[in-house]
Design a protein around this ligand. Sequence first.
Ligand code: GLN
Length: 283
Amino acid sequence: MKALEKIKQLVGKFSIDPKEAQQIVCHVLKIEKVQLYTRNPEITSDEEQTMNFFVERRLKREPLQYILGECFFYNLKIKVGPGVLIPRQETEILVDEVLKSKNLIAHTGQRILDLCTGSGCIALAIGKNIPEFQIFGIDISEKAIKYAAENKVLNNVKNVFFLVGDLFNPFKEKIFSCITANPPYVKTGQIHELQPEIKNYEPLEALNGGIDGLIFYRKILDGAKKYLLKNGLIFLEIGAGQADEICAYALMRGFEVSNVVKDLAGIQRVMILKNSKADETQI
Ligand code: GLN
């Protein structure tokens, strides 16, 4: 069977999304999309078996990214699998905002702390684009850090360092000019409403933000002043409808809200805070 015919079969017979069918076929054949049409190669029976196995898994609602073992984030190839959250497109907005603020961050120092780093996608995308900065990615999950470390090698990023840790605990001093985080922010009671791909396969600990979804924002904002330099910035990805409460908490903790950026769906998605008021212990 030829590649294009196989795609047709996956879409027609198994109702696989056409784009996903294309991705499965290209991945197994190790070809780019354009080659499907220019070459339309013949598929061996081994290759067809692998494709069928992938489709079986997909029909059980396993995320395609886990099946293929990779996805793309900010032009980087990111390895993923059970135990690590799949990078979301919205999270690219956070990276965009950090890159836009590059000069401000450079002005206060050149060290960024990426909390709840997961696959390392945020840290690596920043590191790749700002080679003169040092980025530290922290996650409590050893599995996630293993993926992150592999992704560092895969993308040949030298200035990013991954550590297992509980939020700030691997660090002691006020050394960061910027903190980034996409923490778990789904309310515990709403996890069952997520689509099966997420709730049945992705790590619960990367999704569960506690009863009100805000546990990690409070922890991050409680600790941030101790680790952030004066005028340092915080970039947080936030969930739908969480902006007001997080804003209020940030103000209470002495941060200034610089901006809240919406995603393509019009949802307030990235909050940017500034450590403009130094406390007495600030250096
Ligand atoms: N955006 C994720 C979702 O699909 C949640 C990720 C997170 O909690 N940080 O719901």
